[in-house]
Design a binder for this molecule. Structure first.
Ligand code: DGJ
Length: 727
């Protein structure tokens, strides 16, 4: 999977689907050559020869004369694996370090090693690959003018069309150095005819899909809000112009990180494109004492020669098989009823017991008590931080006992990283909050942020949440995070280290997750951040699912879930049937089925007819969800951002079962409308559970499913296909 061809100083990382090539120039620069479809022959010269140019010669420090690079290397134009900063390359560089006031750095090859497996990253989440899954190439590079080193690593798996990349900066100087930019990922393309796809959004409008052509200059996709955010998501795609779901070269990039991030995509005057990605560099300055090192968050690059569906499937397989935690699988598959939209914080024990008794009638298997059970919390102005049951309001034990009587599991909401000024925690430890003394601090939803750079804060939170989990039988925890991080300042870090604040805050959060998920391996944790404000690979390492959005309007959800699916599998998307009246319950349930599936309404207020509709979808959930939607391949068919329809199909890995969902948005008259299935086996016969007829896979994919009817707004069709032996 990884070869080093010594006479050419060439590295080849490959599997049956991809090749990634680069080589070491005579001067020790890592020059990028190729990333794409598996390629067995490579001609370094023909890939690197850019003709005669002034940037091919240099004034030699040894001969004191003008010399020409013997291989085809052109400073500022050649594609580099680790571009220098302020030296030979003036495009955006991945690493900037202040060493005694100078900022130029230029890393040259020193040594390499290849080994089986992939290292677990210190203090950071990363993909979990076994020794037998993959090989890693580690390259040690050294700055030409200091004792600063970079350990650059690439991991390639046996089959998946993906490369994992990371880097560690090591300070072997006698004094301190300040790392002011440390982007994990750099990838260059010898072309600019590419489209960028990214996923901007807002609260209740997460991960809207946008596509644009690259042009000269730079584009930054970033978060500076202290979390991956609603506004942008830490992933982008570059693709052939006009690439669609099933055709064209597509490159996907994602970071395993929850904090401030940046993707910088720039096009040079020579028409090459460079992607840099990593921790956002504004307000970032990480100080390394002699002997210390800085590890960047992991980056993943995915390649597909068959359009976006295939690149999404690679991400989905990697996330399901190698990122999300395994624990709590039974709980993950239980249909939950969450109390939030059914009653917000307006509840008492009797009301919750009534919810639980009715939960059975709609087919719920777990009851989740959301916000409002602790401290003195009846609205969002108080008590965050006081993780003690409000015994005047609820008898938690009785609620849990009632769940068990009814055969339900039980889940609880928490928001550990926050504190209200009106809380005992804030009154006793006002020094534990983020923000400087003596200035007005931004409140958001009446709350302040706890300073998780401080290990004492992390230890306190570990203890207080553990107390709850040890005292009560809790199967599931919904872990919320309801504000952005402003006023970045940590009393704990002191004045010299504030540039480390955002990153260390997230490291503290990861530590807290690590402590709690390892102490309670049976508990299933779901992530949440005012809906989908922290929907990222870093969170998915700890929480196998994340509440996708606070927007439960099913039509808006079509867009949100569609955008989310480019990187994240359905099984990670928290999706509930809510009370939103815009569509019928059947449609709401069909859309939620393409996520984790659950309910969020007052179950006492649902009529018989709606219960009947919900129960039909529950049956499909029980029969097919795990195999088809949970573990199968997702193919997007109609894009709601570009048409009046949303259509997608999930196909089980053995291609024997599939579920297709079609929803139109505006009303449409009768007209020809054949929706072509994707991903079925052409030779198999399938029963269409809607019209009960049998069709070949070829027919369903070439002719399509006939939906040529009058369509009212938001009509939905959920069609199960199941393999049969004969007609
Ligand atoms: C925001 C979440 O996204 C909601 O689902 C709910 O849990 C509220 N917070 C509770 O405060």
């Amino acid at each position: 999977m990884i070869d080093f061809i010594a006479e050419k100083r060439l590295f080849h990382l490959y599997n049956e689907n991809i090749s990634y090539y680069f080589y070491i120039t005579e001067k020790g620069i890592l020059q990028h050559l190729y990333f794409g479809k598996r390629l067995d022959d490579i001609d370094i010269e023909s890939l690197t020869d850019l003709g005669e140019d002034w940037s091919r010669t240099y004034f030699s420090s040894e001969t004191k004369k003008e010399e020409m690079y013997r291989d085809f290397y052109y400073y500022d134009h050649s594609m580099s694996e680790l571009p220098s900063h302020g030296a030979m390359d003036v495009k955006l560089s991945p690493i900037v370090i202040d060493i005694d006031g100078r900022q130029d750095c230029d890393f040259r090859f020193r040594s390499y090693r290849i080994f089986s497996g992939k290292k677990k990253l210190r203090d950071l989440p990363s993909f979990r690959l076994e020794e037998s899954d993959c090989q890693t190439l580690e390259i040690l590079l050294k700055d030409i003018a200091s004792e600063t080193y970079v350990l650059l690593s690439y991991t390639v798996m046996e089959k998946e069309a993906a490369i994992f990349r990371n880097l560690e900066i090591l300070n072997k100087n006698a004094g301190i150095i300040d790392v002011t930019r440390a982007f994990t990922l750099t990838l260059e393309f010898p072309r600019k005819d590419l489209e960028l796809t990214h996923f901007p959004g807002d609260w209740c409008l997460e991960r809207q899909m946008r596509k644009e052509k690259l042009t000269e200059g730079s584009k930054r996709i970033r978060s500076r809000l202290g979390r991956s955010s609603h506004e942008h998501n830490p992933c982008v795609f570059l693709s052939d112009i006009g690439a669609d779901e099933n055709h064209g070269d597509v490159y996907g990039f994602a970071l395993v990180y929850t904090g401030n991030f940046s993707f910088d995509i720039s096009v040079s005057k020579w028409g090459s494109a460079r992607v840099n990605a990593g921790i956002d560099d504004e307000d970032f300055c990480f100080r390394l004492n002699p002997g210390e090192s800085f590890i960047c968050p992991e980056a993943v690059m995915v390649y597909s020669e068959k359009g976006f569906n295939s690149s999404s499937q690679t991400f989905h397989d990697l996330i399901r098989d190698h990122l999300i935690p395994r624990h709590g699988t039974d709980t993950k598959e239980a249909i939950l009823l969450n109390s939030w939209e059914g009653c917000y914080m307006d509840f008492d024990t009797e009301k919750m017991i009534a919810f639980i008794r009715h939960a059975k009638t709609i087919g719920a298997e777990m009851f989740v008590l959301d916000d409002g059970w602790f401290g003195r919390r009846d609205d969002d102005s108080s008590s965050l931080g006081d993780w003690r049951v409000n015994t005047e309001k609820v008898d938690l034990r009785r609620i849990i006992d009632t769940c068990h009587e009814e055969g339900l599991k039980f889940g609880l909401w928490i928001e550990p990283e926050m504190v209200n000024p009106d809380s005992d925690l804030f009154r006793t430890r006002p020094d534990w909050i983020v923000g400087r003394d003596g200035i007005d601090l931004a409140l958001s939803r009446h709350q302040l942020v706890l300073d998780t750079t401080n290990p004492e804060v992390v230890a306190y939170l570990t203890q207080s949440i553990s107390d709850i989990l040890n005292t009560y039988e809790i199967d599931y925890v919904k872990w919320d995070h309801n504000r952005n991080i402003l006023n970045p300042y940590s009393r704990y870090l002191g004045d010299k280290r504030q540039g480390e604040f955002f990153h260390r805050l997230i490291l503290g959060v990861y530590r807290l997750f690590e402590n709690l998920t390892s102490a309670f391996p049976e508990v299933m944790f779901e992530g949440c951040a005012s809906g989908g404000g922290r929907f990222d690979l870093g969170m998915l390492y700890y929480t196998p699912q994340i509440w996708c959005s606070d927007e439960t309007d099913p039509v808006q959800r079509l867009f949100i879930q569609y955008g989310t699916s480019y990187v994240y599998p359905c099984i990670t998307m928290g999706a509930h049937v809510s009370k939103n009246p815009i569509t019928c319950y059947r449609t709401k349930a069909e859309i939620a089925l393409f996520g984790t599936y659950g309910f969020e309404f007052d179950p006492r207020k649902i009529g018989e007819e709606d219960i009947g509709e919900i129960r039909k979808v529950n049956d499909i959930f029980h029969r097919y969800h795990r195999e088809v939607i949970g573990e199968g391949n997702l193919y997007r068919i109609c894009n709601p951002f570009e048409s009046n329809y949303m259509a997608q199909i999930c196909v089980s890995k053995n291609q024997e079962r599939a579920i297709l969902l079609f929803v139109n948005i505006l009303k449409e008259n009768n007209s020809y409308r054949f929706i072509k299935a994707v991903g079925l086996n052409r030779a198999f016969l399938y029963r269409n559970h809607r019209d009960k007829k049998i069709y070949s896979g070829a027919y369903l994919m070439d002719v399509g499913v006939n939906l040529s009817f009058w369509l009212d707004e938001f009509s939905s069709f959920l069609i199960v296909f199941e393999r049969v032996e004969s007609r």
